[in-house]
Design a protein around this ligand. Structure first.
Ligand SMILES: Cc1cc2nc3c(=O)[nH]c(=O)nc-3n(C[C@H](O)[C@H](O)[C@H](O)COP(=O)(O)OP(=O)(O)OC[C@H]3O[C@@H](n4cnc5c(N)ncnc54)[C@H](O)[C@@H]3O)c2cc1C
Length: 339
């Protein structure tokens, strides 16, 4: 019989990816409902040393495999290892981050072990009656939210984008079982050879990490006008983000896009400027702690998800707001985040 909630623990260069900790947090919630355990699957070259971190973030146990062919992610050996765990342990649920790696790995595993996969889920819950995993994700261009169940096959599998779920607090006193996956791997399992890894220089701040975001939409008007958003962001110690329209227009780069086909963010403060509040945008920012919207249309749907709405022209409001905050900051002589 299948049991337990498994999480693929994605690590890169010996760093556990944040999405893994978020999935362990969600996995724990699901496992508690099912009265089962959370198990992390950790693959790499010297990954065993990372196992304790996963336990401290909530995993009840860790299944790890260290092998030179797992040093860098490649599809075949990782797929083989996960399929072996599925065969040996018979998990009830397996969760993956919807990252470049998770999106490559999860569909392969699902095809090989003959089960379903729901990609890019925004909600996961256990159905009271059937005890099946209900996986919710946007469908039909984001116009509806579809809840999908995998009733006849196991494991039930889903990918979730970074930032959607919440990790639980680290507890260094937490203990758990760490065991090795027993299987044979060899160079012959690699059908791709990595000759060199060239890392893109990370110059930009990831909007998923920012505590304050000042996001602009089509209402900003043009690329040049994003300057007033940048100034406000700078004064309050935030970053600039955008809806899809300015990205499509080429006013701002795609890595700043919030929403269904952009990033999911969860800042303490989200200031939406000239954004109407389409469902595809809201899906990426509604979990922000506090939302302020500036829009000249009194009926803009963004006001429905906002804690505070300012009705008016952003070209007038934002410079005034920036000037006031700047002055206040100078008077107080403090960091803007403390205001
Ligand atoms: C499959 C699919 C995926 C998508 N993914 C995403 C996604 O990831 N992210 C995303 O954002 N969208 C996404 N979209 C697009 C989405 O449906 C909307 O078209 C988009 O979010 C609208 O962007 P906007 O709010 O900036 O523009 P608009 O809807 O045009 O709204 C502009 C707003 O600015 C206001 N305004 C205009 N001038 C001013 C001013 N001077 N001062 C104050 N307010 C002003 C207007 O009143 C209006 O409310 C997706 C769509 C599809 C079909």
């Amino acid at each position: 019989m299948s049991q337990n909630v498994y999480v693929f623990a994605e690590q890169r260069d010996g760093c556990i990816q944040k999405v893994t900790l978020e999935l362990i947090g969600k996995g724990k919630e699901l496992a508690n409902v099912l009265n089962q355990k959370v198990v992390a699957i950790l693959l790499g070259k010297d990954s065993k040393s990372l196992a304790q971190i996963l336990i401290e973030y909530g995993a009840d146990s860790v299944r790890y495999l260290d092998h030179p062919v797992l040093a860098e992610y490649t599809t075949e050996p990782y797929t083989k290892a996960i399929c072996e765990v599925v065969k040996q342990d018979k998990p009830e649920i397996v969760l993956y981050g919807a990252t470049a790696i998770g999106r490559d790995l999860a569909p392969r595993v699902s095809a090989r072990v003959h089960t379903g996969l729901t990609a890019d889920c925004t909600k996961l819950e256990i159905d009271d009656t059937s005890q099946n995993l209900y996986m919710t994700r946007p469908a039909f261009g984001g116009n509806i939210m579809a809840t999908i169940a995998c009733e006849k096959h196991r494991p039930q599998m889903a990918t979730v984008r970074p930032g959607v779920m919440q990790a639980i607090d680290r507890d260094s006193a937490r203990v758990g079982l760490i065991s090795e996956i027993e299987m044979d791997l060899s160079e012959a399992d690699m059908n791709v050879k990595i000759l060199e890894v060239v890392k893109e220089e990370k110059k930009k701040i990831d909007i998923c990490e920012a505590k304050i975001l000042v996001a602009g939409g089509r209402g900003v008007g043009n690329a040049e006008n994003f300057k007033i958003l940048n100034e406000l962001a700078e004064v309050i110690g935030g970053e600039t983000a955008a809806s899809r329209s300015p990205v499509d227009e080429g006013w701002i780069s795609h890595d700043k896009q919030v929403g269904q086909t952009g990033k999911t963010v969860r800042p303490d403060l989200y200031i939406a400027c000239g954004i109407s509040g389409a469902i595809q945008h809201v899906a990426g920012m509604e979990s922000a702690e506090y939302i302020i919207s500036i829009n000249k249309n009194t009926t803009a749907p963004i006001f429905d998800v906002s804690d505070m709405g300012i009705i008016g022209d952003l070209n007038v409001i934002i410079p005034k707001l920036t000037a006031k905050l700047k002055k206040r900051k100078e008077q107080m002589g403090v960091n803007a985040c403390q205001i």
